[in-house]
Each structure stands twice: as C-alpha cells, then as structure tokens.
Design a protein around this ligand. Structure first.
Ligand code: ADP
Length: 461
C-alpha cells in the first residue's frame, strides 16, 4: 500500500483517473472505483464520497467492474463529470463524505422541454437517502419520477410520455447547505421553470449517444482536445483541425454527437441547417452564414455545426442557381478566413459526401472525415438502453433481443420505437385514470410499466 502513489493514507484521499461510466448506469448517482480505494478511504459500498475536480460533487460508491479492478480509475457519468467539472482522462481527488439530513431541497428541470409541476412525493422517493449538493445535476431513472398533471395525460397520445422518460434536474438549493440527503422529514420543492443547467452536460453528453464508442474517441481527439487544450497544438507548432465532415444516413445521431462534443468541451454550439438557410431571400443566406461565424468567433471556444451541408454546397458544376454558387464561395471564404489558431471547429454533416463541392475538402477546410454508420446489434442495444433509461421496464423486456429484431433501425427509429412502446403502456392504464382528478393516484402510477408486449405493438406500427 505504501508503494501506491495514488493513495494518501494520512489524509484519507485517493487520486483516480476519470473514465466514462457504462451508458446503462448513467444517471444513477453511483461511481465505481477499485477496492484499494475503498480500503484507503475506509468505506464500504453504498457509502458517500466527495469527488473533487475543478468543483466538488458527491456520489454513492460502488465496486469497480472486474476489468477495472487493477486500474486507478473512477467511472463517472456525464452528469457527474459536469458536476465535478472534469473530463475523461483527467484526475480527481476522492474522499469520504458525510451528509446531513435536509430540511428542504429545491429542484428545477434542467432540460428546456420539460415543464413539470406540483406533486413531489414521487421525486422524494427517487432521491430518498441519496446524497445531493446545491448546483449538482441529477437524473431520475427507471421509475415514474413525477406525477404528471392530468392535462399531460390527456395529450399523451400525441406528446412524449413524460412520466416514462428520464428527467434531469438541477439541485437549486438545499437547507442546510453542503452535502445533504433526503429523509422522511425533508420538504421537497420542484420548480416549474427550466433552470439553465450549471453545466451544459446536463442537457446532452456522451452518455446520450449510443453505439459510438470509437467515433466518440476519434472526435474527442479531433475536436475536444484542441478546443480544451489549444496550448497542446501551439506547443507542437501544428494547427488544430478546422473542419470535420461527418457522413452517414439521417437519424444516426450526427447532430446529437456534435452537441455532446460541444457540451463536453465547454464550447458554445451554433447550428446551421442547410436546407433552411438555402430557403432565405436573396443575399440573406450569406449574411446569415457570416453572422453565425462572427458570433462563434466572438464566443470561442465554439463549434459550428452545419447540418445537411450538401444542400448548400453542391458540386459547382452541377449547380444552375447563382444562389448556391455564392453560398459555396461564401462558406469557403469564411473557412479560409478563420484564424489558424482560432479556438473554433466547424463540424458538417451530410448523407451524400460525394455530392459536395470538392473544394470544401481541401486541407485547412473539411480535411477530416468520420463515417457514422447504421448501428449494429450492440449499438442498437446501447441506443435502446439510453431511450429506456427513465422507463420502468417489465421483467420480460430484453433489450438485446429487441436490438436483434430491429435490424436496419437507426437511432431516430429506435427513439421513436421506445416512445411508441411507452404510449402503449399508458394506453393500457388509461381506463384506470379518472381524467377529472387533479392527480393520478400513486398506485396507478406504480402500475405503469413498459412490457414486452408494448414493444411488440409498437413494432407493428
Ligand atoms: P442525424 O443528425 O444523424 O440526422 P440526430 O442526431 O438528429 O440524427 O438524431 C435524431 C434523434 O434520434 C436524436 O435526438 C435521438 O433521440 C435519436 N438518436 C439518433 N442516433 C442516436 C444515437 N446514436 N444514440 C442515441 N440516440 C440517437
């Protein structure tokens, strides 16, 4: 033990390298670390630990996976990396934590589309006895976190089933301050208004992109490292990449991936939609393009994402319209005009790489390429796991089996499938819901569960 440089018995701290959590464990508030760390800290599984990166957060300690046992690694999910302000590959200090019972905890949704309100009993159940600290981003999982208001149930047939999706919340405040946990006597408040999350990883992070482990690795090297550590490149005297072209069929997660990279690297994210910008009036499209580049340069580090770039930059010889020609020229000028050392990367997506003007792919422009294919069995299982994170799943639901039977589905199809299955589950309990009541009785909500048959029905659609 004395030989172990990463352990400090005197102060009871351990220094561990951050690695990403397994996707299916994302949002559970648990961190995994080797047994040696448990010994040094004098803790057992289920105890609370403080994790200190550039910020301090708190989590529940669990044993490492067997294959990690010999490594000085701690597995943190995207929210926890955001909470500790760290990234995979960096080091954090871990120490034992103690928590006080909270008299009051205030949460607010950290995802804009969530508009939740009111009853908080269910929320209290989700976070019962779990450690929390103000400013942290936390997630619900595997259960109905908040009783949705009846109005929402009425709209359920054409709206996402909120009671069945993972919800991310920010801990706005706690009484007392510091590390607390919820117990029987805690008063829990859920604010209706969206709270801009302290860290953008609260919205989309690498845990939300399935079946792309290698792609994430590649893109991290090309984009995240240069944005986070520009000095690495300055030291080496090489220019970081300016443009990366992602190509793959629609719905495979290109936009989501670009957004995750931006959030994980603390960069501002700007999105340009090809077809949309093409539709603007004469001269407007170029102006719009220039404005986005100017704004991104002002807010470095930044990522500009150009979706469906082929629609604005078709091969010039195929182009009849003056508008396209001018827009290609404008984009080339903007790319060339980017400062070599600008802390800005342009990521473009296309499903027709052969259809874009070759001039765009010259060095200094979009000179890196990543292919995003249709996911394989395992990729589909990962994507299904992401989209069912917030759902109570029936015993018979086997995601691997479901993945095998959805050959050819891309991420967007799988997301739609899980949504459909959730709606099926809601449909089944509808007869038990009194639509005039203000709240759905908890025992009815407890029955809400997405079963194998719901997926079967959803697949028929
Ligand atoms: P693209 O940009 O390739 O057309 P998007 O990123 O817009 O695809 O994906 C659309 C939606 O489909 C996403 O919001 C997400 O719900 C789902 N999705 C697609 N690919 C994935 C993936 N690899 N992992 C998780 N969800 C995915």
């Amino acid at each position: 033990m004395a030989e172990d440089a990463s352990a400090d018995i005197e102060t009871g701290t351990v220094r561990l390298q951050v690695a990403a959590a397994r996707q299916e464990e994302s949002g559970r508030g648990v961190v995994r670390m080797p047994r040696s760390a448990f010994q040094t800290l004098g803790i057992t599984e289920g105890d609370f630990v403080e994790i200190e990166g550039k910020r301090v957060t708190v989590a529940i300690a669990a044993a490492a996976y067997d294959e990690d046992e010999a490594l000085d690694v701690i597995r943190l999910d995207g929210l926890q990396r955001g909470n500790a302000e760290t990234s995979s590959g960096e080091h954090v200090i871990v120490r034992r934590a103690t928590s006080k019972p909270a008299t009051r905890v205030v949460f607010a949704p950290s995802q804009r589309e969530m508009r939740l309100q009111g009853p908080t009993e269910a929320l209290k159940r989700v976070f019962f006895k779990k450690p929390l600290t103000a400013g942290d981003l936390v997630a619900t999982h595997g259960q109905q976190p908040v009783q949705n208001v009846p109005a929402e149930v009425r709209r359920m047939f054409n709206a996402p089933a909120y009671a069945l999706t993972q919800i991310r919340l920010q801990v706005v405040s706690t009484t007392p301050k510091g590390i607390v946990h919820i117990d029987e006597n805690t008063e829990v408040e859920l604010r209706a208004e969206f709270e801009e999350p302290r860290d953008a990883r609260g919205m989309i992070n690498y845990d939300d992109v399935g079946g792309m482990e290698d792609t994430i690795k590649q893109l991290r090297e090309m984009v995240e490292l240069p944005l986070r550590y520009p000095e690495l490149f300055t030291r080496l005297g090489v220019d970081p990449p300016k443009g990366v072209l992602l190509h793959g069929p629609p719905g495979t997660g290109k936009t989501r991936l670009a957004q995750a990279v931006a959030n994980e690297s603390d960069a501002e994210f700007f999105i340009i939609n090809g077809p949309e910008i093409m539709g603007s009036a004469y001269g407007e499209s170029e102006k719009r393009l220039r404005e986005v580049f100017e704004e991104a340069e002002r807010s470095q580090p930044a990522i500009i994402f150009i979706d469906e770039i082929d629609s604005i930059t078709p091969k010039r010889e195929n182009v009849q319209g003056e508008a396209e020609k001018r827009l290609v020229a404008q984009l080339l000028t903007l790319m060339d005009g980017l400062h070599a050392r600008a802390n800005l990367v342009v990521i473009a997506a296309t499903n027709r790489p052969d259809a874009i003007d070759e001039a765009l792919r010259r060095p200094g422009r979009f000179d890196r390429e990543i292919i995003i294919g249709v996911p394989d069995d395992n990729g589909r299982r990962e994507i299904l796991a992401i989209h069912t994170r917030g759902m109570p799943l029936g015993e018979g639901v086997d995601l691997m089996e479901l993945a095998r039977s959805t050959h050819g589905f891309v991420g967007a199809d799988l997301a739609a499938l899980t949504r459909e299955a959730a709606i099926e589950a809601v449909r089944r309990i509808m007869p038990k819901i009194d639509l005039d009541a203000r709240e759905i009785p908890p025992e009815v909500l407890d029955e809400l569960c997405v079963e194998k048959g719901d997926f079967r029905e959803a697949l028929k659609r």
